[in-house]
Write a protein that binds this ligand. Sequence first.
Ligand SMILES: Cc1ncc(COP(=O)(O)O)c(C=O)c1O
Length: 462
Amino acid sequence: MPFQPKTAIEPFRIKSVEPLGITTLEQRHAALERAGLNPFQIRADEILIDLLTDSGTGAMSAAQWGAMMLGDESYAGSRSFYKFEAQVKKITGFRYVLPTHQGRSAEHILFSTLAQPGAVIPSNTHFDTTEANILLQGMDPVNLLIPEGRQPMLEHPFKGNLDVERLSGLIREVGRECIPVVMITITNNAGGGQPVSMANIRQVSQMCRQNGIPFFIDACRFAENAMFIKLREPGYADKTPLEIAQEIFSYADGCTMSAKKDGLGNIGGFLAMNDQVWAERCRNRMIPIEGFPTYGGLAGYDMEALAVGLEEVLDENYLRYRLKSTEYLGKKILDAGIPIIWPAGGHAIFVDAGALLPHIPWHQFPGTALSAYMYEQSGVRAMEIGSLLFAIKKADGTVTPPPFELMRLAIPRRMYTQAHMDYVAEAVAYCAEHKQEIRGVRFTYEAPVLRHFTARFEWADA
Ligand SMILES: Cc1ncc(COP(=O)(O)O)c(C=O)c1O
């Protein structure tokens, strides 16, 4: 019988290394106090393993670093832009491509261009920056995730799907003229990194077309989503990730993209679409805030790195490893009896902090409390995805918590090895064993928007 390894290895070798921030318990205690218990406020050199985000934190390849030397820094008509544009067009097929410095600026340009106060923007689940950009324009972000997506341990291949019945009901209720665009986030970051099926994308697209509503994709993790489709959806096993991605985008009118994720870049993003008039309006909007349309907030060398990254990310060996290695961490945590969102998402493992710490109410942020405790004990940094991010106060003063209180362990691309993940699993298990020691947190400072970035806390019973 031929050799059939059980170990899923990293499909790369390491060319240059960076030291980890090795600290003592006392140093971490002091760092946490200085940070007001907020992982975003801790200095990176005080972190051992950084799973705060998978955004812009990955390792670039030798080919990307090499391409950066070819960067054309011309203000207008940069050669690097045309390479970047060609790669985006090859994948998405969209006619107009506007580079931006990251995903949220693409969102800002999109939503400020179609601003229609009082309008409703449905999605499977909007991410926090998307939600903030919609609210800033006086519009209402509405999340229409399928019910299966709200049940942490329920086995379902596409827990990121949008509930098409509810979308249809919403269109009937508010009228198509009150919905300037429908979005789908692939994969669904706020809902556990869960994928969306091709069938669901197709159905949403059809419904939008029937109603004359543009359909956009938040495409941050399009390649991971394409690989999930290949592995799980009948009819796609023999297609390449590129072919699957091309089909996904063929159903949409445009997309926003943070290329800090599946662009394999440390910075960058884009807005792309088919409609010429709308693209012109977006371009005019972009010039005063991002820059001239052939660089839009990026250096020529960034666009070179992204053109290569967008090619590399669709490599099947890379994607197979990416999903397997995330699942590896998830299984280890699950085997320790700790509740997580399952099946594992593409880019992160989401620990169900609400279920693990039932003694901490949602308004004392179980996910933040767990992240702070885990950092102090182990040096591993994670972040909350729960009420801190998503329990938004409505105008009438009511606050509705989101369905989950999670701690997200986001895995930077091509950065950490299996031994690092073993350490992380041990750290999470230690927290679970000592859960009675973990207290809730309360604000000492709260910003009006995107409060999780700058909030400061104290332990709730301090
Ligand atoms: C689904 C999703 N959309 C949008 C964004 C915003 O991208 P950026 O951080 O590049 O502004 C993110 C970032 O984490 C995301 O995960």
